[in-house]
Design a protein around this ligand. Structure first.
Ligand code: IDP
Ligand code: MG
Length: 212
């Protein structure tokens, strides 16, 4: 059964709240869970300046390590790149994709002559699907992943470093905020996405970045 729930509220600018005097951001859909799942770093809650910082709008994207990436033991290196960039992981799981889910996910290419190859590739083994959060994360992730054909991807991109064929390109990244919203709703249930407050937030994005 295809999970069709669209998490419209997930990609809306975060609602704001306070927890113990510190800034607190949360998923709209997880707001009821904030007391259970948000935690305030000690330094943050004791700071008089941080409590006045603006709540920042942000966005989410779906990243997947495809079956070749799992088989080739590239999962850790791929996750590392997104962590290193400073993005925040808010959902992750391993799963065997069904043909129905894939045809929804790839609805834009499902009629292409090469789609049967894509279906065989993507169902040949488990995938790792993730939701990453951060300012401009959709566009930045596409740049980190590189063009579809690894043969054309620059060194330094994931596909440029780990692939050289369009049919074995290791990783998926949503190509727009609307696409990300749709894909997250396909691959994840609401209770599989977790809000948490990262301790490096004030060190990865400037305080004035609140007008996206
Ligand atoms: P993207 O993954 O860079 O967004 P899309 O055009 O959305 O690229 O295509 C989805 C996936 O379909 C690609 O990542 C790749 O795995 C596969 N694909 C695209 N074009 C071809 C092709 O010409 N031959 C085989 N597989 C392809
Ligand atoms: Mg695409």
């Amino acid at each position: 059964m295809i999970q069709r729930r669209l998490f419209h509220r997930l990609l809306q600018p975060f609602s704001s709240g306070t927890t113990g005097g510190s800034r607190c951001v949360m998923f709209g859909l997880h707001s009821a869970m904030k007391d259970r799942h948000t935690s305030s770093p000690p330094s943050s809650s004791s700071s008089t300046t941080q409590s006045t910082l603006p709540v920042r709008a942000t966005e989410h994207t779906l990243i997947a390590v495809k079956p070749d990436g799992v088989q080739r033991r590239l999962v850790g290196q791929i996750i590392h790149r997104f962590e290193q960039r400073g993005f925040k992981l808010v959902g992750l799981k391993m799963m065997q994709a069904s043909e129905d889910l894939l045809s929804e996910h790839y609805r834009e290419i499902v009629k292409k002559p090469f789609y049967p190859l894509v279906r065989a590739y993507m169902t040949a083994g488990p995938v790792i699907v993730m939701v990453w959060e951060g300012s401009n994360v959709v566009q930045s992730s596409r740049k980190m992943v590189g063009p579809t054909n690894g043969a054309e991807a620059q060194a330094g991109t994931i596909r440029g470093d780990f692939s050289f064929h369009v049919g074995r390109n290791v990783v998926h990244a949503s190509d727009s905020t609307e696409g990300a919203q749709r894909e997250i709703g396909l691959w994840f249930q609401e209770n599989e996405l977790l809000n948490w407050e990262s301790c490096d937030q004030d060190w990865t994005i400037e305080a004035n970045e609140d007008k996206q």
